[in-house]
Design a protein around this ligand. Structure first.
Ligand code: MG
Ligand code: MG
Length: 262
């Protein structure tokens, strides 16, 4: 099978350091925003706070205006998988809210997401969040220079399926650097229709499993941005920007888990 020729832009250790500085701003924004997520707050309020925190750090929100996206963050509630537009929607007790944001610092992008409980959530929903975060951590743990990229998708798929969930296939992770989206594409499942390059030092990847309670099928909402589960069941999303180094893997957007208490 032949594929579109990929152009993977490897980063030097100095460039990874610059990306890490961008990622540290982003991780700090997430830590500060968690306090805001509670019943009664709107997704628009969360988005405004994210934009303010990013700009106060002297950085640019990567997503603002990207292909015309109106927000600084994608904020996706319950059955919304990703790419939710922030606005008047009020978060309710028992909801889950996926927040996905990116930072540009000195020309270098970082990208991360987490799905938070709003107030207290039921145990079934908590299990979905835990499984999705675990699948991201297992994918990161599977990375080793010399192995194929597909170890990432295999790790996510196996963990999701073992817990009775499905993996979204129409959206994937990506390389990242001076651009928000670079080669390679990083599927969260065993994919036989995309290139499967060998992992090597200098690759920086945004790994972002999207796990559904029900069907893996998704649809696009009328706003032409929001991706929803076809069966209206819940979906969760976690993402880290990760650099492969000669001596191991560096999770550039690392921070304490947002669901450690669940
Ligand atoms: Mg993202
Ligand atoms: Mg991403």
């Amino acid at each position: 099978m032949s594929f579109r020729k990929q152009k993977i832009l490897l980063k030097s250790p100095d460039q990874v350091d610059k990306m890490e500085a961008s990622a540290e701003v982003l991780a700090s924004v997430f830590l500060q925003i968690r306090k805001l997520v509670c019943p009664g707050v709107t997704t628009g309020t969360i988005d405004e706070a994210i934009e303010t925190l990013i700009r106060d750090a002297g950085c640019i929100p990567s997503f603002k205006g990207y292909h015309g996206f109106p927000g600084s963050a994608c904020i996706s509630v319950n059955e919304e998988v990703v790419h939710g537009i922030p606005g008047n929607r009020v978060l309710l007790e028992g909801d889950i809210v996926g927040i996905d944001a990116g930072v540009i610092k000195d020309g270098w992008h970082s990208d991360s997401a987490e799905t938070l409980p709003v107030g207290s959530i039921d145990p079934e929903t908590a299990k979905l969040l835990k499984t999705t975060e675990e699948s991201l951590n297992l994918a990161i743990a599977a990375i080793e220079p010399g192995k194929r990229l597909s170890v990432i998708g295999a790790a996510v798929e196996d963990h999701a399926h073992a817990n009775g969930y499905s993996v979204v296939e129409t959206l994937v992770g990506h390389g990242i650097g001076r651009n928000l989206h670079e080669d390679p594409q990083v599927p969260n499942f065993r994919c036989y229709t995309m290139p499967d390059p060998v992992l090597e030092a200098g690759m920086v990847l945004a790994i972002e499993p999207m796990i559904n309670s029900g069907t893996k099928r998704v649809i696009t909402a009328k706003d032409e941005w929001t991706i929803l589960t076809q069966d209206n069941r819940l979906s969760a999303h976690f993402e880290h920007t990760v650099a492969i180094m000669e001596d191991g893997v560096r999770v550039l957007t690392r921070r304490p888990s947002c669901i450690a208490g669940l």
